[in-house]
Design a protein around this ligand. Sequence first.
Ligand code: DO4
Ligand code: MG
Length: 309
Amino acid sequence: MVRLVQFNTPELGPRLGYVQGEKVLDLAAAEPAFTDFMALLQWAGGKAADLAGYARKAAERVPDELQHVYDWQELDRPPVGNQAYLAMPLTPPEVWGFGVTYQRSAEVRDADVASELDSSASIYDRVYHSERPECFFKATAPRCVGPHEPIGIRSDSRLTATEPELAYVLGEGREIVGYTICNDVSAWDLERANPLYLPQSKIFAGCCALGPAILLAHDGPDPYDLDISCRIVRDRETIFSDTTNSGRIGRRYEELNEYLYRDNPIPAGTVVSTGTGIMVPNEFALRDGDTVEIGIEGIGILSNPVRQL
Ligand code: DO4
Ligand code: MG
């Protein structure tokens, strides 16, 4: 399986990396045009098979010299001083999200809205069971962060939660070309006060973390059988952890795409987050200084500190 990352080096700037065991090969050392994921995707005509083929061929041609081969451990750290570090795995033109795709998300959200409004309005259960899924615009690239960069808590939110999600990357012709991790950071108190506040709950500085890698879809994993885990660390202690599996999603990705693309031009490279199956209890609302770690089998662990905006 092919895993790609983007990383920054002090000498050369942004690079596209091919993960080989514990090493990362600088693909631009073999093919100067492959400086970032979007360049490779364009080269491959947005096709999953060509993307994997070009990446593999370029990786074989990376000269086996120290300056073109990096240690994963050394890249996977916060940007410090004059060292190379992992960046967002791509610069997506758009990020979209789907919600209430797991039953757990519907149950917990309905229970909280009912207690907030003192009614039993089951809007989440209805969307979970209806033919049309919930689809929302999530972020632009400047609102997204990569590994080890801070995710945000809005200054007007007292209950911001992490939503650990499997996300897919689109190529041309609705094809899924890869998978990554998305932290769909959301101000739940705003969403609960009134569902019309959803865009404010979802879109703000640092509302979306992506990474650490893109696992290519061609010859890739079964995307309906990936273990997903989440951990929140506060003062060096794990205060919350939970797991789920992408197989518990209540929809197919083709179905999500069917609604996403309907009368809606979606550029290649768009990231689509598929919804959360892990609901963090309210008492673990994010706080400044926390660290959130989300792991998805085959992709890696996305770790981000939390910053109060
Ligand atoms: O309706 C609110 C958002 C749902 C969501 O983001 C999710 O289920 O992951
Ligand atoms: Mg979500």
